[in-house]
Design a protein around this ligand. Structure first.
Ligand code: 1CP
Length: 330
């Protein structure tokens, strides 16, 4: 492309009236499990916002169900797990994911979208730590203390859990790429809870194996987390092509921390999209000025907030395309 590419995490979903209309008729997991509905939710933001990529409509917990996890997504709460994973026995009871058998509907949605979306489709999965946080806590959590307690108290069981989840996520991402996903993003939303030392000891090996295991495929690999300023160098070491950066670290500083071997994705604070356009425009322009050249995918630092006016996102796409072209070629 001849300008900076842009898409938004959670570009589908509750900020769009057409998504809310779809949700009035269908539960979120029903949308995820029905290829036509998942494709429709995936394409809604592509039509309305003019973004350069579609991200598959699904949720990070979807592949856990065929692994034997009894889960629900509760409106206003998030994923809730009936029987949390709190022991070595619980870890051993998790079944390895065989994507073609466990989540055929996801692969069918990817195949359909890859053929019709008109823009590259990004596949995704949850990273081992972030999936484990839901499995161990039993639901969303502020400080992930049960997860960390399990990690510190039972390191052997923890490593087995990371290994088991890592193998399944690798199989899941490979299957999405084989079905036509043009890029894949590993969401490690909550890994910023860890220090660099603990990240390297308890998480990096399993994430490194996921990126190594995707290396033979011709798909860019994105690794994203929130609050990961202190981990950016370690995350780059795990072997992705792109590291996602939230709004806490400016991109020139993030580039210094990761080194030049990875591209960066980010990093407008999603809350800025609730401010008047002039403010959004000046902050987005500043981000473009501080971004590596080339090697930048514009995005928010985390997901679109439900109360965001989609017309702001549309203007942001146009601004990034205009200013990005000036930066790269002007
Ligand atoms: O009923 C609803 O519509 C509830 C809101 C919702 C939506 C729209 C949930 C519950 N999941 C989703 C879809 C979803 N989940 C998408 C597709 C939308 C898009 O990106 O365009 C994606 C990529 C996810 C991934 C996801 N789910 C992540 C990683 C990304 C991130 O935001 O950090 C995480 C952490 C989840 C868990 C989850 N699912 C739902 C909620 C409310 C949460 C977060 C709960 C928490 O705070 O821990």
């Amino acid at each position: 492309m001849d300008t900076t590419p842009v898409w938004f995490m959670r570009q589908a979903g509750r900020s769009l009236p057409e998504y809310r209309a779809l949700r009035e008729r269908h539960g979120i997991l029903d949308i995820c499990r029905t290829p036509e509905l998942a494709a429709e939710a995936t394409l809604q933001p592509v039509r309305r916002l003019g973004v350069d990529a579609a991200i598959l409509f699904s949720d990070i917990v979807v592949p856990l169900e065929p692994m034997g996890v009894d889960l629900a997504i509760v409106p206003g709460v998030g994923p809730v797990i009936e029987s949390p994973v709190r022991s070595r026995r619980d870890v051993d009871a998790l079944k390895p994911l065989v994507p073609e058998e466990g989540v055929p509907y996801v692969l069918e949605a990817v195949r359909g979208l890859a053929a019709t979306a008109g823009v590259p489709l990004i596949g995704f999965g949850g990273a081992p730590f972030t999936l484990a946080s839901y499995l161990v806590e039993g639901g969303p959590s502020k400080n992930h203390s049960k997860t960390k307690a399990f990690m510190y108290a039972e390191p052997a069981a923890w490593h087995r859990l990371m290994e088991r989840l890592g193998e399944s996520v690798l199989a899941y991402l490979r299957a999405q790429a084989a079905a036509g996903a043009a890029a894949v993003q590993l969401f490690d939303s909550w890994v910023g809870e860890l220090s660099s030392e603990d990240f390297r000891r308890y998480v990096l090996p399993s994430v490194g194996r996921i990126f190594d295991g995707l290396a033979d495929l011709d798909v860019p690999r994105i690794y994203f987390g929130v609050g990961t300023g202190e981990l950016l160098g370690d995350m780059a070491e795990a072997g992705p092509d792109v590291v996602g950066v939230d709004w806490r670290v400016p991109l020139d500083e993030a580039h210094r921390r990761t080194g030049p071997q990875v591209a960066l994705q980010g990093n407008l604070d999603p809350a800025l999209c609730l401010a008047p356009w002039k403010v959004v425009e000046s902050r987005a322009t500043e981000i473009l000025a501080r971004a590596p050249k080339p090697g930048h995918i514009f995005n928010l630092g985390h997901g679109v907030l439900p109360e965001t006016d989609p017309s702001i996102l549309h203007r942001l796409v146009e601004l990034v395309h205009m200013r990005g072209a000036e930066k790269l070629y002007g």
